[in-house]
Design a protein around this ligand. Structure first.
Ligand code: ADP
Ligand code: MG
Length: 611
């Protein structure tokens, strides 16, 4: 028992995944095409900041003139202040223009990078192994495409615009401050870093809170995503209240976290307001005494005040920005994480057998397999199976014995842990997977998934270059043409998301048409009729029987009535081939198959009795 538990512990996924690092190299690749524009944006932003440094100095001079006129009313204020005012107006205009310019450029870079990143990430996600998706939640993957890219983009823009501006302003204003009054500047340089230190400490606590709050929001979104995505199941089990509660609990939790964060931010703001106001008062007080001692003019004090305010505002901005940088980097790390992840099974590449040489013989040789997310549980053990070309082989067995797993290995959704799967004697691992899936194997599953587009497009999904005539032919072969043409829109009918607007039998027949249009050499049907009622089963079965002719067929069936015609029936149990033979041979054996048949014929009268 102890060993079992140890195994369990080692295979269960870690609750806290280590945060991956930010990939600067990848970031550089996304940034490189925009370097020129970025350079221009930086120049404009620097320009705007330098203009900002000039403004307080001119304002001080203006105040000086005003002060002069409060003392003595001689000469014309207008003429004296005119040139200063025009210069100020000009600077304001230039500052506005530069700001406009660099914001436009930055938004251009940001949006283009976001599109590139989303496209690359989506592309790389679609290429991941099926095992990857077994282990991940769709909602989290989608949020990397949406929220994380968004967050990264806004951080990037903010860092460039605010960061550059704040840094330049701090530097520029410090220079002008020290020119105005060295003594005051020294005082300011002692007081400000002290306050900044306190602020940074508080800020890091706030950032931690903010991260927790974000994670909680993501958890709540996951719950909503799951419930909305599977709304039929939720409805069928009348689980609305439970889901509401579940979502409510998560929301409540995120509210608590967010309110805590809100209180933290409020405290921070309140305290920093007090600090800033005290600094103003202090500067006025000390500066005032300097003015009284005639060491400083009133206008200089005014300039000093405005400039020191600029410095403080810029420093505060920088500290907020620092938090944004951290958040942006972790969002970026999440975006980049899967971009560099390469799947074990590539999408394409490898040998294609020319059409005329392809016979469609499949062999499973001593195949053992366990799912990557549950490595300690072996689903197939030393499994052997042969599908002769052009023959129908049926795979039967109780639920959970690994029948679907066999089909997945054949599609190469996974590679076997041991042993090989061969097509015409070639190891599947040496063949081109996209050729294999796209042209050799036609797969019809128990729950056909259709896409939210027209019937025409859904069937054409099997072969993108198919002509309309080919689509009609495939639909006819799949017993689907008649019901399709009975719709007012015919082949142009839009099926709802996941085919929600069609019946089970209709969906299944579209799925069959979609598989047949490829003209696959090997046809795999995984319990294709088991979800259907008797009437649709008959229609679908008819289509399947017709489709089977001339293909190598693997029929996975739960209902044994559908497999009698098979050339060979394989009974699976405990991950192995338990027995095999034709229907008659197996019945004579009085083994597992005979037992399964006996049980189903016992059940049959019950299920076919009208209510
Ligand atoms: P069948 O189709 O015969 O009902 P499956 O091949 O679907 O059986 O499943 C065989 C076993 O593998 C089951 O015990 C099931 O729990 C497990 N299994 C199926 N799919 C996965 C998966 N994606 N990840 C981990 N285990 C799986
Ligand atoms: Mg199955």
């Amino acid at each position: 028992v102890a060993r079992c538990e140890a195994e369990e512990a080692s295979t269960s996924p870690k609750p806290y995944v280590e945060e991956s690092r930010f990939n600067w190299k990848l970031f550089w690749q996304f940034l490189r095409p925009h370097l020129l524009v970025l350079g221009a944006a930086i120049v404009l932003a620097l320009g705007a900041a330098l203009v900002n440094v000039q403004i307080p100095l001119l304002l001080g001079q203006l105040v000086e003139i005003v002060a002069k006129y409060t003392r003595e009313h001689m000469g014309s204020f207008m003429t004296e202040s005119q040139s200063l005012s025009t210069r100020l107006l000009l600077l304001y205009g230039i500052q506005g223009l530069l700001t406009f310019g660099y914001l436009v450029l930055l938004s251009r870079i940001g949006e283009r990078m976001a599109v590139d990143m989303r496209r690359t990430l989506f592309c790389s996600l679609l290429r991941q192994d099926i095992a990857f998706f077994d282990a991940k939640k769709t909602g989290q993957l989608v949020s990397r495409l949406t929220t994380d890219v968004q967050e990264f983009k806004s951080s990037f823009k903010l860092v460039i615009s605010q960061g550059l501006r704040s840094c330049t302003q701090v530097a520029g204003c410090l220079v002008s401050l020290s020119m105005l009054s060295t003594r005051l500047t020294l005082l300011l340089m002692v007081a400000t870093p002290t306050l900044m230190g306190v602020g940074t400490l508080m800020g890091s606590a706030l950032r931690k809170l903010s991260r927790q709050s974000q994670e909680q929001i993501a958890r709540a979104t996951g719950v909503a995503d799951e419930a909305l995505g599977n709304v039929r199941t939720v409805r069928a089990f009348a689980m609305e209240h439970r889901e509401e509660e579940r979502y409510g609990t998560e929301l409540e939790e995120s509210r608590c976290k967010a309110e805590e964060l809100g209180r933290g931010i409020a405290l921070f703001q309140g305290l920093s307001n007090i600090a800033f106001n005290c600094m103003v008062l202090g500067t006025l007080f000390i500066g005032g005494s300097l003015v009284a001692g005639q060491q400083l003019t009133g206008g200089d004090l005014m300039s000093f005040l405005v400039a020191s305010q600029t410095v403080q505002r810029s420093l505060a901005n920088l500290s907020i920005l620092f938090g944004q940088v951290v958040r942006g980097l972790s969002a970026g790390a999440r975006v980049f994480e899967y971009m560099t992840l390469s799947p074990c099974i590539p999408l394409s590449g490898g040998r294609c057998i020319p059409k005329e040489d392809l016979r469609g013989a499949i062999t499973f040789q001593n195949v053992s397999f366990s799912y990557p997310c549950r490595p300690s549980f072996e689903v197939l053990k030393d499994f052997n199976l042969t599908l002769p070309p052009g023959k129908i082989v049926a795979l039967v067995g109780q639920s959970g014995e690994g029948k679907t797993t066999v089909a997945s290995l054949l599609e190469r959704f996974y590679d076997p842990t041991a042993g090989v799967v061969l097509l015409d004697g070639w190891d599947l691992r040496t063949l081109d997977p996209s050729w294999l899936r796209g042209q050799v194997i036609g797969f019809i599953s128990q729950e056909p998934v259709l896409f939210g587009t027209t019937i025409m497009e859904n069937i054409r999904f099997g072969k993108l270059e198919a002509s309309d005539e080919e689509v009609y032919a495939a639909a006819q072969e799949a017993n689907a043409h008649d019901f399709i043409t009975s719709f007012p829109e015919g082949y142009g009918t839009i099926v709802g998301e996941r085919g929600a607007t069609l019946s089970g039998g209709q969906k299944q027949r579209l799925a069959i048409a979609r598989a047949l249009i490829k003209q696959p050499t090997v046809l795999v049907m995984d319990e294709a009729t088991s979800a259907l009622d008797t009437e649709s089963e008959r229609v679908v079965q008819e289509a399947l029987d017709r489709a089977s002719a001339g293909h190598t067929v693997l029929v996975i069936a739960h209902r044994l009535s559908t497999v009698r015609r098979a050339h060979c029936i394989i009974v699976m149990a405990h991950g192995r081939v338990w027995e095999s033979g034709t229907h008659e041979e197996l019945m004579k054996k009085h083994g597992l198959y005979a037992e399964l048949i006996r049980r189903q014929t016992l059940d049959a009268p019950l299920t076919s009795t009208p209510p």
